[in-house]
Ligand binder design. Structure first.
Ligand SMILES: [Zn+2]
Length: 402
């Protein structure tokens, strides 16, 4: 029996996976120490060179290296993140105890996002080594901190470090999302994230007055305009069954601020904060800024827009090269269909794309409800094991591309 099908290896991989899931790395305030120790132990077992990069204090980036036989070829990066999102109630068990699910299934925070792929990468490399395979290209395996909170102290700092430039990464793989059917979804792009602030000024005055120039009136009209647009986007999503969230502009009011902080005073200003995600396909995103400015101007000349965050338009990863063909070939070899989409949320991949590294996200988890950030996040053991085999063959192919 080959090493990628061996029962002992499977048990070993499942145990490692369970141990990794038991390490609580929940945001906010994720503590990485025990997680890094765990990964360091495994890197040593696998004889992979490990570096701990601490660009920001406490935010350790774990970088493992498997040297290729032709190390001048561009390397392959296998990325996942150590942190997980916090848990809200409604779990049947402690999400870090990994006691539920028995032989067939693992319930735990991080089971899908993204501790599964982290362990699958390591196990695939271990099995390649057991089979005495050497790959031409160098393989790097990274475990990132803070991916769940924007990656500014993790992947962002990493890709802009002198260290990263030396790695010569040709292509990167990252986690994606489970799919309810037999298709594996590969994510090749993201929408742009803007955190928009709309300042609606008005005349200060006592709460007993009825002033014409009131911040509340302007705010109401801004809300009406923005929410009408939101409804139109919702309708477009309904009218186009092939669309996903990633095809529409989402615009959500996430906060209202205003002052002075007195309940019996008219406000000198209300500030509306919107979370906006803009698909690159729909428009040049700067046009969207112009559109919003125009909406505000139509209401009142003194309404002002600024940004808490305003991401640039980062091109998607093109799906037309030899790496992409390798991914398609190997995934289809498992009788799985492959399907490509823009990711609805934000991930560390955008930091890689920003500096021109092609990267796709996918998790080989099929026939499973996508439950990232949700209650009762789980993965079937059979799925987890199949994922290891997929990476085993995929790495053999990608790592040997000329
Ligand atoms: Zn996540």
């Amino acid at each position: 029996m080959s090493v990628h099908m061996n029962r002992d290896n499977d048990v070993f991989a499942i145990n490692n996976f369970r141990s990794y899931l038991r390490i609580n790395t929940a945001q906010p305030g994720a503590q990485y120490g025990p997680c890094v120790d765990f990964l360091e132990f495994h890197a040593r077992q696998l004889r992979l060179r490990l570096e701990k990069l601490e660009i920001v204090s406490g935010k350790i980036i774990v970088l493992m290296k498997w040297l290729g036989t032709e190390p001048d070829l561009p390397a392959i990066l296998l990325n996942s993140h150590m942190d997980v999102t916090r848990v809200f109630d409604e779990w049947d068990n402690d999400p870090y105890s990994v006691v539920r699910g028995g032989e067939d299934r693992v319930y735990a925070r991080g089971a899908q996002d993204s501790k599964c792929v982290g362990m699958q990468y390591l196990e695939a490399v271990r099995r390649l080594k057991l089979a005495n395979k050497r790959l031409k290209r160098t393989i790097y395996i990274t475990f990132m901190p803070d991916a769940e909170i924007g990656g500014l102290d993790g992947m962002y700092k990493f890709v802009h470090s002198p260290h990263f430039a030396k790695l010569n990464i040709g292509y990167a793989l990252d986690a994606g999302m489970a799919t309810p059917d037999d298709d594996i979804t590969v994510f090749f792009g993201e929408r742009c994230f803007w955190n928009v602030r709309i300042h609606c000024p008005g005349d200060l005055g006592d709460g007993s007055l009825i002033l014409a120039n009131s911040a509340g009136e302007k705010m109401t009209r801004v809300l009406k305009k923005f929410f009408t647009f939101r409804l139109e986007e919702m309708q477009k999503l309904k009218d186009n069954p092939e669309w996903t969230l990633a095809n529409v502009v989402t615009m959500n009011l996430t906060k209202i601020e205003g002052g002075p902080d007195l309940n019996n005073m008219l406000k000198s200003e209300f500030v509306l904060i919107f979370d906006c995600r803009i698909p690159l396909e729909r428009q040049n995103i700067e046009d969207f800024h112009t559109t919003m400015v125009q909406w505000c101007r139509d209401i009142s000349g003194d309404i002002r827009i600024d940004y808490l965050a305003k991401e640039q338009q980062v091109p998607h990863t093109q799906l037309n090269d030899k790496y992409w063909r390798a991914i398609k070939y190997e995934v289809r070899g498992f009788d799985l269909e492959i399907h490509s989409e823009v990711f609805p949320g934000r991930t560390d991949r955008r930091h890689l794309r920003e500096i021109g590294v092609p990267v796709v996200g996918f998790s080989p988890i099929i026939r499973t409800l996508p439950l990232l950030h949700d209650s009762d996040e789980h993965i079937d053991i059979e799925n987890f094991l199949q994922g290891i085999r997929i990476y085993y063959f995929l790495l053999s192919r990608m790592g040997n591309l000329p």
